[in-house]
Design a protein around this ligand. Structure first.
Ligand SMILES: [Zn+2]
Ligand SMILES: [Zn+2]
Length: 369
């Protein structure tokens, strides 16, 4: 069948909007008609070459839609099910999966990097008949795609599909970072650097965990309002003020937990200096591969500080995403404004440029016809 998609062929050259040929799902695969696809900062990092994966690929990994058809042997979903995609597909058999860390599965990760289905091939061809890769398994910026059945999670049908799309990446990454990785406790002194999609969901979760104070740090003053709406007790604009002495003052000696949700070497160092004795720095943002943070580590043992990296909020996708959907539908997560705006596929380069210039204050989702 013919599909429309945003294809990334070269870094820093933008996406090309192309009509592609999609093969039907094979054994254990499903055909999904996407309803919404969020533009995540990781998409931008791939497009700018800050994260390297095989190309040309259909971009996008934060998506939700409806199952249109299933291949042979599919048992987990059926036609008509609403699903959120997941960009990590645990194999269930590697050492990481066997120890409950499917979010860092090494069994399937080579296919993620190579942009193929789990059998090592692609279902997508371009107008010249050349193969095009499945970005992050789920090729989110296409109106239809084929995904391994384990790459989609059934979602309750009363959940708006634009929220379901964000259940693919920014919501579980932010929530899991607070609940699984950091295990924030009531009264913990917490700050979050970077209020993009993940950072905002770290704020949401840390607020529900009753962190206090809960300090939001961002380069853009324009993000103050959203920070306060999501429950931050303080906002620091780090392009005007050095957050470290302010945080030391507000907390009476430093943070129990700092979340770095940007992937910026300078922010990582700031967050490190803002920690209290035995404080923990959770590195959630993905730093560009050619960047280095110079860390003053003298006090790491002397003050028992630690630095912990986290991928995908250390979630178990098929267990945790449905639970987060139930929580979201109670209203407590305040998702009403999580989508700042909607765009059409043809506008994706404009959205990418605005994100690069930090002109977006919330998530923008591509709306499919
Ligand atoms: Zn695995
Ligand atoms: Zn993402």
């Amino acid at each position: 069948m013919k599909i429309r998609a945003a294809v990334l062929r070269e870094v820093k050259k933008g996406y090309s909007i192309e009509e592609l040929e999609l093969e039907p799902p094979k054994e254990g695969e499903v055909l999904v008609k996407y309803a919404y696809t969020g533009y995540c900062h990781s998409d931008l990092s791939v497009a700018m070459g800050r994260i390297e994966i095989a190309k040309p690929l259909v971009a996008g990994h934060e998506c939700a839609g409806v199952i249109e058809a299933v291949g042979p042997g599919v048992t987990r979903v059926k036609v008509g099910d609403h699903v959120a995609s997941t960009w990590m597909i645990p194999c269930g058999d590697c050492p990481e999966c066997r120890s409950g860390l499917g979010n860092v599965c090494t069994g399937n990760f080579p296919h993620f990097l190579a942009g193929t289905m789990l059998d090592g091939t692609t279902r997508i061809r371009d107008a010249k008949g050349n193969p095009v890769l499945h970005g992050n398994f789920v090729s989110g910026f296409s109106d239809y795609t084929v995904v391994p059945e384990t790459g989609v999670v059934p979602i309750r049908k009363d959940m708006p599909l634009e929220w379901a799309a964000l259940m693919s990446c920014c919501i579980p990454t932010g929530w899991g970072s607070v609940t699984n990785l950091a295990n924030v406790q009531p009264g913990d002194k917490v700050a979050v650097w970077g209020l993009g999609g993940v950072g905002q969901n770290i704020l949401r979760a840390a607020k529900m965990r009753q962190a206090n104070p809960l300090i939001a740090v961002d380069l853009e003053e324009s993000r103050r309002d959203v920070a306060m709406e999501l429950g931050a007790t303080h906002f620091i604009c780090s392009s005007k003020d050095d957050p470290v002495p302010i945080i030391q003052d507000l907390t009476g000696g430093g943070l129990d937990i700092a979340f770095e949700a940007i992937g910026d070497p300078g922010a990582i160092v700031q967050a490190w200096w803002a920690l209290a004795m035995a404080g923990r720095l959770m590195v959630i943002g993905v730093m560009a591969q050619d960047k280095v943070a110079e860390m003053p580590l003298t006090f790491m043992p002397l003050q028992q500080k630690s630095m912990i990296g986290g991928l995908y909020g250390s979630i178990s996708t098929h267990d945790d995403i449905p639970k987060l959907c139930d929580l979201a539908m109670t209203g407590e997560m305040k998702l009403d404004k999580i989508v700042e705006g909607k765009f059409k596929l043809e506008e994706i380069n404009d959205i990418a440029e605005k994100m690069e210039k930090r002109q977006l204050n919330g998530r923008w989702v591509c709306e499919w016809d």
